[in-house]
Design a protein around this ligand. Structure first.
Ligand code: GDP
Ligand code: MG
Length: 310
């Protein structure tokens, strides 16, 4: 997606000649807090957050509406060394994001500024010559003295327009970050209508929420081997109920057994917490029909990847 792509599609009529807008990518290694920041900026949950890395597989877009301006954010999968085909498609989408946006926010965390994945990001960024801001996140985890050497180091390797320490979790520095971003917007159209916070479909929010619950309920390998597809979503007005059918695809029978759990306990509790979360997002009672299916080696099969939406 690029400025040109969206300009044709959504020009909100209320935007005048002085309207400002910008496409902003949030780029950084897995787990630095990109989704947390996006959720804080937008004041609602559009990207999933997890203590385990690599939960964001697709690009998630969030839209910040200000007075006379609009910022369109892309949350990207971390750029890291490719191993499987799935990882390759994640990296490609992060690299593409850099070339398509107006502003790049590189995000690192204060206690781990030298993540090995960052060198790949830096190499990519130097080529593009984009407006780049460095955001140092998780400053709530240690003393501020740690910031200076990091700022020095990064200032040497990247042409940075600003360095902004924040805590995406607690909110420190986020106002300053917004100001810095606002001052770099260009004259342009409102890309999206004012009431729209994300371009993701409801089905995507459902599958992301279920994936988040798989992460929080299971351990290690399982989440990386599972994908979620959403089937029918139907609103039953008379019952004030949204009925959703979704399937979790795993790679082997043993994974299926783990997901289902003894007497179905695991799948039941995944389904329950996904349902609570979705009821908050959609503001309606939800019936969730959640199934588990074995799809051998889907993460290595290009056709299966496409069918599952990667
Ligand atoms: P992403 O992979 O970069 O999108 O990272 P997430 O937003 O999913 O966050 C990864 C983990 O870091 C989660 O457990 C967050 O709660 C945590 N986290 C994010 N921002 C902060 C922060 O400012 N301070 C602290 N202490 N933890 C944070
Ligand atoms: Mg994320």
């Amino acid at each position: 997606m690029s400025r040109k792509d969206i300009e044709g599609k959504h020009i909100a009529e209320e935007a005048g000649d002085d309207y400002l807008s910008g496409l902003i990518a949030i780029i950084g290694p897995p787990n630095v807090g990109k989704s947390t920041l996006l959720n804080r900026l937008l004041g609602t949950k559009v990207a999933i957050v997890s203590p385990k890395p690599q939960t964001t597989r697709n690009r998630i877009m969030g839209i910040y509406h200000g007075d006379g301006f609009q910022m369109v954010f892309m949350d990207t999968p971390g750029i890291h060394k490719t191993k499987t085909l799935l990882h390759k498609s994640m990296v490609a989408s992060a690299t593409a994001a850099i070339s398509e946006v107006d502003i790049v926010m590189v995000m690192i965390e204060m206690l781990h500024p030298d993540d090995p994945d960052i060198s790949l990001i830096l190499a990519d960024l130097k080529k593009t010559k984009k407006t780049t801001l460095l955001v140092i996140n998780k400053i709530d985890q240690g003393p501020r003295e740690l910031l200076l050497p990091i700022m020095d180091e990064y200032g040497k390797v990247l042409p940075l327009e600003a360095i902004i320490p924040i805590s995406a979790l607690k909110g420190d520095g986020v106002d300053r970050l917004l100001k810095e971003l606002r001052s770099r917007l260009q004259k342009g159209p409102a890309f999206f209508p004012i009431d729209m916070k994300t371009d993701q479909s409801e089905a995507f929010l459902v599958s992301e929420t279920i994936r988040e619950k798989i992460y929080s309920h299971t351990s290690k390998e399982l989440p990386y081997s599972s994908a979620v597809t959403v089937g029918d979503m139907e609103t039953l007005k008379e019952k004030n109920l949204l009925s959703i059918q979704a399937t979790i695809h795993v790679e082997s029978d043993s994974q299926k057994a783990i997901l289902i759990g003894r007497k179905g306990k695991m799948i039941k509790s995944i389904g329950q917490s996904a349902r609570f979360e979705l009821e908050k997002i959609f503001g309606i009672h939800i019936f969730l029909d959640l199934r588990v299916r074995v799809e051998k080696n889907w993460s290595k099969d290009p056709r299966a990847l496409r069918r599952l939406g990667y």
